[in-house]
Design a protein around this ligand. Structure first.
Ligand SMILES: Nc1ncnc2c1ncn2[C@@H]1O[C@H](COP(=O)(O)OP(=O)(O)OP(=O)(O)O)[C@@H](O)[C@H]1O
Length: 248
């Protein structure tokens, strides 16, 4: 589904990602792990060209999604981001109602009929496992929800434009253990429909949730393997040291 091919990223003189070659299978969860500053978020953000606006950033190599180069000249970033949704570390609902948060993307893409929008809002909130908690108060302000509910709302908002891929950048880092557990369960459920790439500092979470894991260090992929294998029998000593908590 996602093929990262000889990818190099520079921020000015800093070589942030070095010759990355990775393949993420469809309808699976890939975790990106590694110590702070190793390039996890940079890699995630190249998958929907989130850093395009940065003047000092340079991307070499390619990322291919469903056989199409996303850095090709003809690719429009709005269409790319419709296919590749993103959820951030801090829940960031718009300062509007629950309903309008979810309807925003579909409206932007031309859906106007109330009945159709109602259906999308319900289906997205259901898919993000937050429908039962909000269905009677869709006009309620999104910022009045708890942090965990806000984050599931943000996942619903990402799903509302019908993406294929969901990128999650430490999306449970600011949440309490119960909300974290709910999102982990949700992500495992979403894998049936979506290809998911998640950055996490939480190694136990990567082990619990993901199918494959990439361990990065100083901008390089040190090891990429099935999660069970990487955590039980890491091939590289540096991976072993990291997952054993000896650094990072
Ligand atoms: N916009 C930017 N401009 C300049 N340098 C940047 C920018 N974003 C990231 N970097 C640098 O690129 C390197 C990789 O950063 P990145 O945020 O991708 O790492 P990370 O592994 O996600 O870190 P963390 O776990 O702390 O979020 C770091 O040295 C960082 O300082």
């Amino acid at each position: 589904m996602i093929q990262v091919d000889k990818l190099n990223v520079y921020y000015g003189a800093l070589h942030a990602l070095k010759n990355i070659n990775l393949g993420f299978p469809e309808k699976s969860i890939t975790a990106l792990i590694g110590p702070s500053g190793c390039g996890k978020s940079t890699l995630l953000r190249t998958i929907n060209r989130m850093n395009d606006q940065l003047q000092h950033m340079k991307v070499e190599g390619d990322i291919i999604i469903s056989r199409v180069s996303i850095y090709g000249k003809e690719v429009r970033t709005e269409m790319l981001r419709k296919r590749v949704g993103m959820v951030f570390q801090l829940p960031n609902p718009f300062p509007s109602s629950i309903y309008d948060n979810i309807a925003y993307g579909p409206r932007l893409h031309g859906i106007k009929k109330k009945k159709e929008l109602d259906g999308i809002v319900e289906n997205s909130l259901r898919a993000a496992a937050v429908w039962d908690e909000v269905k009677d108060n869709l006009k309620q302000h999104a910022l009045s929800l708890s942090g965990g509910q806000q984050q599931r709302l943000c996942i619903a908002r990402a799903l509302a434009v019908n993406p294929d891929i969901l990128l999650m950048d430490e999306s449970t880092a600011a949440l309490d253990p119960l909300s974290t557990q709910k999102i982990e369960e949700l992500v495992k459920e979403l894998k049936k429909e979506y290809t998911i790439v998640m950055v996490t500092h939480n190694l136990a979470q990567a082990a619990r949730v993901s199918d494959q894991t990439a361990f990065l260090l100083s901008g390089e992929v040190i090891e990429f393997a099935r999660t069970v294998d990487l955590f039980s029998e890491p091939v590289d000593k540096r991976t072993e040291n990291y997952i054993m908590g000896r650094f990072g």
